[in-house]
Design a protein around this ligand. Sequence first.
Ligand code: GAR
Length: 217
Amino acid sequence: MTRKRVAILISGRGSNMAALIEAASARNYPAEIALVVSNRAAAKGLELANSRSIATATIDHVAYKSREQFEAELTKQLSAAKIEIICLAGFMRILTASFVKQWEGRLLNIHPSLLPAFKGIDTHVRALDAGVKVHGCSVHFVVPELDSGPIVMQAAVPVLEGDDEEELAMRVLAAEHRIYSEALRLLAEGKLTIEGERVVVAGANGDPDRALVSPRI
Ligand code: GAR
């Protein structure tokens, strides 16, 4: 099995990155984490990646005059590491349409909401304010429009009475850690086909009778 070479782009804590690294440490996982790139030198995730002996690079966006120049350096690092797939994991920079097009079908993101609901930031507060009873996370292919793009996998979690932002965020985060490595596995195994707005997942099935009901009384 030749494992796909993956770069993870982070800006902060890196818990999704850690979950991907953990998954990829299994011998039969079809991808290896070959590079972690952060746009912030202080990103906590860098320490963790270093401690797992994964190559890291910091490309501080502040040092570049334009997004294009930042991305030129990024592209250089990705090519040098022979990267085939990129996973954005809490990477808080907008990528240009040209960069995104170049990586079409090979660039994943995880977003902390059930897209297309709650695009953008502060998703958990907005979900609480909206009074939704079910919230969650989505792994999707990146397209130039922010937090859009064909959805690969989603996980739903209940919003519980009395939840605050942090409690809800932690519940969603645990679900993120579960689905990101699954989605990357499917991509690396070549099981995903993009048909317009939709991702067709080869061999996928679910339980049609199982609904997540929230609240439960
Ligand atoms: C995660 O919740 C991720 O879904 C979110 O940032 C967090 C990063 O945490 N991403 C976005 O909001 C992207 N729009 P992590 O650094 O611990 O993985």
